[in-house]
Design a protein around this ligand. Sequence first.
Ligand SMILES: [Zn+2]
Length: 184
Amino acid sequence: MSEFRTGNGADWLDLLATLLGRFRSRQVEMLPDAAALRAWFAEHGMEPAAEVTVADLTAARALREALHRAAVATLDERPVDARDLAILQDALAADQGVDVHRDGTRLQLDRPADAAVALAWLARQAALDLTGPTRERLHACGDATCSGIFIDHTGRRRWCSDERCGVRSRVRAHRARARERSSG
Ligand SMILES: [Zn+2]
């Protein structure tokens, strides 16, 4: 597992996980600059042919937060905010079909022309997952202070990360029980 892979089940959900702590007082930004965004694209097999610019970074973060709010609204069965819908639609408008070529014994995806196309691919994944059968398998992390969203194929998964969120929740529950015992 590399630092940008989360096991959340889709590239666009990996993108959402590049901002940690949305529901906490302190956030951790894992895409601090354009170079980090390029590295993230490369790790997900969609490194753009063109340079990744600061404007691309701004667009990626705006799309990421719009997708997160849209996913949370979908999970809560609330309508998606009109501004977030517009951001998603704008991203989709840059979409281009994918093409493949042979690289020895493997098939390789042709690189997206630029970051806008790569973001459109992520927006397309999100649009399909939020509207199709995958929607029923999307879940928010069982830790209410975590903004992680994941696809559950088992029907039993509770945390976006068992090591991080599962352990933290168990520790919290243990402390709460200990407090109850000492005060009772
Ligand atoms: Zn979590």
